[in-house]
Design a protein around this ligand. Structure first.
Ligand SMILES: [Zn+2]
Length: 280
């Protein structure tokens, strides 16, 4: 017998009265719970005015933050995924792709664009976590590879903004091949002396960390980002030990020598420009 039984049945609160404020007007920081105006939040590059929590944002927001007057040309915008393995989980893979396209308005988990940042040319590939967890499948690898080709051909610096749960399981081995493909392309970029900066954002894990995200001339991150290869639970169970505090945070990873620096998103554009100025 349960310790508590509800006497009155059917007590329901309509969804609209559960909300504390109308949608789209206020943003509540998930870290410190402070509410702020969405416009103010946007002006602060989607960081909290109180605790500086960096909200997860997608390619659209990064393009708006980094390209001058938000003017850019998207490359390979229409590339979308096939179904090499006839993969089915709770849905058929092509159905999942189509449903995600419809929900997010995106064609896959990365977008690449060419434009100007503080008057200098740059190619940016930015990942979208909202598209199947930012997972790296063939399209992600191919778009990044083509972005690097474009940067090579036009001798323009390349910026990769990673945000990923790792390889896309629906493409299995085809996903893992993307690690080799993008790494080989980046080697060509390095040979040609064209700068490559990798920005790791919250979260960057799995095969992405094990390939292009850690191959920058500079590997940088946003504050508080989760960066790792395997998740903490898997590691804990494998090594049979508790993990140190803050394990896999950008700050921890920096302290252990895997990052060059952490950059506040509000300073990102100018920091990137001065870094590229140094590398040129
Ligand atoms: Zn906050």
């Amino acid at each position: 017998m349960s310790w508590f039984t509800r006497k009155d049945k059917g007590i329901l609160t309509p969804t609209e009265s559960k909300r504390e404020a109308p949608d789209g007007l206020w943003y509540q920081c998930p870290s410190c719970k402070k509410a702020m105006h969405t416009r103010e939040h946007r002006l602060l590059a989607y960081t909290c005015s109180n605790c500086n929590y960096h909200e997860k944002i997608g390619s659209q927001e990064y393009f708006e933050l980094l390209f001058d007057q938000t003017r850019y040309t998207e490359l390979d915008a229409m590339l979308s995924s096939g179904d090499p393995l006839n993969f089915v989980d709770t849905k058929k893979y092509p159905d999942r792709i189509r449903a995600t396209e419809k929900k997010t308005g995106l064609k896959d988990a990365v977008r690449t664009a060419h434009g100007k940042m503080n008057d200098a040319d740059i190619v940016i590939s930015a990942m979208d976590f909202s598209f199947i967890g930012g997972s790296m499948g063939s399209v992600v690898g191919e778009k990044i590879a083509r972005g690097i080709d474009y940067a090579l051909e036009h001798k323009i610096p390349f910026l990769m903004i990673s945000k990923s749960g790792g390889a896309r399981m629906m493409e299995a081995g085809f996903s893992l091949m993307q690690m080799a493909k993008t790494s080989a392309k980046l080697a060509l970029l390095a040979e040609a002396g064209i700068p490559y900066i990798s920005l790791l954002t919250d979260p960057t894990t799995g095969g992405v960390t094990a390939s292009y995200a850690m191959l920058g001339d500079f590997n940088i991150s946003e504050p508080g980002a989760l960066i790792g290869f395997a998740g903490p639970r898997v590691i804990r169970e494998t090594i049979g030990k508790d993990l140190p505090k803050g394990f896999q945070s950008a700050e921890f990873v920096l302290e252990h020598g895997f990052l060059d620096f952490i950059v506040d998103r509000k300073d990102l554009k100018d920091k990137l420009s001065s870094l590229l100025g140094m590398l040129a």
